[in-house]
Structure formats: structure tokens, C-alpha cells
Design a protein around this ligand. Structure first.
Ligand code: SF4
Length: 417
């Protein structure tokens, strides 16, 4: 059964339409969702109204799309571990504001329940919002600050956990899963959807960038504290509140050496734009265990249009990945998925080639957090549409590379040391 249209009035209040059905956009066409594409909106997801955007709806008689000009569109922001497979369908007003940095997914409603189009890509509950009790987090922050009173990174993570509600920072204080190790105030890319720096883009960054590089001792202390208390712990450089960690390679090498001098427990990971193969080699020699490289696609032209690297492109990423593999590390790709681009056959083929050639162990299929029309305008609308569907794209990659792991989060892979 196809859910009804969910729309908003001018003050943002949401309504289920008694007549019209939910519509979706696949990158080139507005249509009704197929029943196999629809799931109930996962726990912990949010529903937004989209200012200055008129919803498309499906006429249940003609099954054709119509724009409802007196309503505002609505959208879902699906909780982590789920991959949206389609986009919300709306018609934007000339003077509509640019949307903030979220991954917009379709939303419909039926008998008071919300529905969307997505697939679960990771079984982990690591960032399920219902597992995060803010009173307990505050208590654990106080306890950690008493234990590490002079640690500047702990003070930074306190801000991340309590102000940005960053799940990685909260998990550090709650002593579970993956701890963040942000270090870099600068970056050599200018990603259109950068979470930590936005200039003249019409929308703001969702995090302020860390202002100074923490000492190797402070970095190591946070990682060691986490490794001491957590089962299958991961500690990761490269977070939403910083630039590119590879630009601080000497400090990171010093910190990794300090950690490995004291323990072989835990996985030391780096989330990175993988722009500096030489820096990756230095970190592998120091004891780095795993690396996650961020890409929006394997198409050089479209990669460059998104990352706008100041001194690198996709060849650097491929080389960095091969170096990590040569040292026996675990290699992931953080794929910024966008329905209408990621699932185009040419893009799927290029992705399979890249993953196979580089020896990637895991693809983390993640929703790109960006106003869909900002992305399509930046990369060129001619590059979108005609896709095979995100679920089919995921299947094809698995068929082509059967040993490849899929997920949403950095896994614990032990230590190489
Ligand atoms: S690599 Fe990261 S920090 Fe640098 S511009 Fe891109 S998103 Fe921002």
C-alpha cells in the first residue's frame, strides 16, 4: 500500500492528505514509490518541512504526479545505519532558501505512521538515538573531566557531546564503540557539503572546526582511556568538527607511537580524504590499523566537482588505499550516496573497478548530507537520472565483489601491531 502524502502548512505543522499519495524523485523522474521500496520510518529519524518547496503528490486515480501549490513539502532525515534509496519530490520556489546540511529522504504517512524509502545497510545500533540518555552523558563527562582535567581534547569532545550532540563523542564518554580523535584545523579540500566550513554557500556548517592541534600526549590519553574500558574499541582520527587529519601527520604519528608503546588493544582508524599517500605510509609504519577514504563516486570529473581538492584528486585516493593495503591494514570507502547519481550504470561500473583495483575491504554506504539541488547544480544536472535504483546498485557491487563488506560504521578489526 502506498502511503498518503505528508505535507506541511506555512507554519510547518504536518498533515496527512486524505486523498493524494506520496511521491518520490529518482534523480530524473517524479513517480509513485514501489511497495518494495517503502519501509516504516526507523526509530530515531526526524521529519522536516521544506520551506519554499511545493510537494509533488500522486493522484490515486491517474497515478500521475501533481504539484500542490498551497502546501509546503515535507522530508525525512533517516536515522544512521539506513540508506535512503530515493529523494523527496517537490517544486522549489524562485526565492526558496538553501536547505541546511541534512540527507533529505521522501516521507509519507498512513494512519498516523510515517514511511520512507530506504534499506538497512548496517545492523549496528551504535548511533541509534534511543541509546543516548543526555543526563547520563553529562554525568560521564563530569567523571572523565575529573579523571583527565588537563586534557584539551577532552574539553573539545565535551563541547561536541553536549552542544553538537555528536554520537561519536557521546560514545567516548559513555565508554563504548568508537571514540573520535579530531586534530586538524585546516584542510586541502573544499567539499561542497563540508560539515565544518562553509563560506558564501548560503548555508552554514553544522560544526565549528577545532581551533588548534591537540598534543600527541592528549590524543594518546583519550585513545588509551577508551581502549582500556571498552570491548572491541575503535578510536578514529578524522571527524566532522575538523579539517583533514593527514595535514597533521607528524602529530598523529607521534600519538600512534605513544598508544602502541602502551597497548596492542583497540583499532586505530583514520577517516580521511586520503589525499596524501606519503602521509598514509608514515602512519602505517607507526601502527595505523584501518583507514576510511571519503568519495562521492569513482568518476574523476564528478569527484573533483564535489571535493574541489587544492592539491589532489582521485588518483591520490587510489594510491593511499593501495599503500594501506600493502601494510596489511583494513580499508573502507565512505561512499557519499546520492540517488540518481550513485545508481547510474556507468557510475556503478566505475565504482566496482575502483573498489576491486584498490583492494577495498568495506563500503560504508552513507547518505550525502546536502540540499539535493545544490549538489545537482554543482555537478551538472545532465549527470543525474536514469539510475538502476540504489538497492540494485548495492546488489551489483556485492555480486561483482562478493567478499566486500557493507555497513555504515567503522568496524573493530583488532590491531596490526
Ligand atoms: S575533506 Fe572534510 S574537512 Fe575537508 S573540506 Fe571536505 S568535508 Fe570539509
Amino acid at each position: 500500500m502506498i502511503p498518503r502524502l505528508l505535507y506541511a502548512n506555512d507554519s510547518g505543522r504536518l498533515f496527512e492528505d486524505p486523498h493524494f499519495l506520496m511521491a518520490v524523485f529518482d534523480g530524473s523522474r517524479v513517480r509513485a514509490p514501489r511497495e518494495d521500496e517503502i519501509i516504516e520510518l526507523p526509530e530515531g529519524s526526524d521529519v522536516f518541512f521544506l520551506p519554499g518547496r511545493r510537494p509533488f503528490a500522486i493522484n490515486p486515480v491517474t497515478m500521475g504526479p501533481e504539484v500542490l501549490v498551497h502546501h509546503q513539502a515535507a522530508s525525512a532525515f533517516i536515522s544512521p545505519a539506513y540508506l535512503r534509496t530515493l529523494l523527496p519530490a517537490y517544486d522549489r520556489d524562485e526565492d526558496a532558501p538553501v536547505l541546511p546540511l541534512y540527507a533529505y529522504a521522501p516521507v509519507g504517512s498512513l494512519d498516523g505512521r510515517f514511511y520512507t524509502t530506504a534499506i538497512r545497510i548496517d545492523p549496528s545500533e551504535r548511533q541509534n538515538p534511543v541509546r543516548f540518555d543526555i543526563r547520563r552523558i553529562r554525568k560521564m563527562v563530569r567523571r572523565m573531566k575529573r579523571r583527565l582535567p588537563d586534557n584539551s581534547l577532552v574539553r573539545h569532545l565535551e563541547h561536541c557531546a553536549l552542544v553538537y550532540k555528536c554520537r561519536a563523542a557521546q560514545n567516548f564518554f559513555l565508554r563504548r564503540e568508537e571514540a573520535p580523535l579530531p586534530t586538524s584545523p585546516s584542510c586541502n579540500a573544499r567539499c561542497i557539503g563540508c560539515l565544518s566550513e562553509q563560506k558564501d554557500s548560503g548555508f552554514s556548517a553544522s560544526h565549528e572546526r577545532i581551533l588548534s592541534v591537540p598534543s600527541a600526549q592528549d590524543i594518546a590519553q583519550v585513545a588509551l582511556t577508551h581502549f582500556e574500558h571498552v570491548e572491541n574499541p575503535v578510536a578514529s582520527f578524522g571527524q566532522g568538527c575538523e579539517g583533514e587529519p593527514l595535514l597533521q601527520v607528524d602529530r598523529l604519528v607521534e600519538a600512534v607511537r605513544l598508544i602502541r608503546a602502551q597497548t596492542l588493544r583497540g583499532t586505530i582508524n583514520i577517516n580521511t580524504n586520503a589525499s596524501r599517500p606519503g602521509a598514509v605510509e608514515k602512519l602505517c609504519k607507526a601502527g595505523l590499523d584501518s583507514m576510511r577514504m571519503t568519495m562521492n563516486c569513482a568518476d574523476k570529473q564528478l569527484f573533483d566537482k564535489y571535493f574541489r581538492g587544492t592539491d589532489y584528486s582521485i588518483e591520490n585516493v587510489r594510491k593511499s588505499g593501495k599503500i594501506l593495503k600493502d601494510y596489511g591494514g583494513f580499508l573502507s570507502v565512505n561512499l557519499l550516496v546520492f540517488p540518481g547519481l550513485t545508481d547510474r550504470e556507468d557510475q556503478v561500473d566505475m565504482l566496482i573497478d575502483f573498489l576491486g583495483d584498490t583492494g577495498v575491504d568495506m563500503v560504508q554506504w552513507r547518505n550525502l548530507n546536502l540540499d539535493p539541488e545544490v549538489y545537482m547544480d554543482a555537478l551538472g544536472r545532465e549527470n543525474f537520472g536514469g539510475g538502476i535504483g540504489i538497492a540494485e546498485a548495492v546488489r551489483r557491487v556485492k555480486d561483482a565483489l562478493p567478499t566486500l563488506k557493507f555497513g555504515y560504521f567503522n568496524p573493530y578489526v583488532g590491531s596490526r601491531s
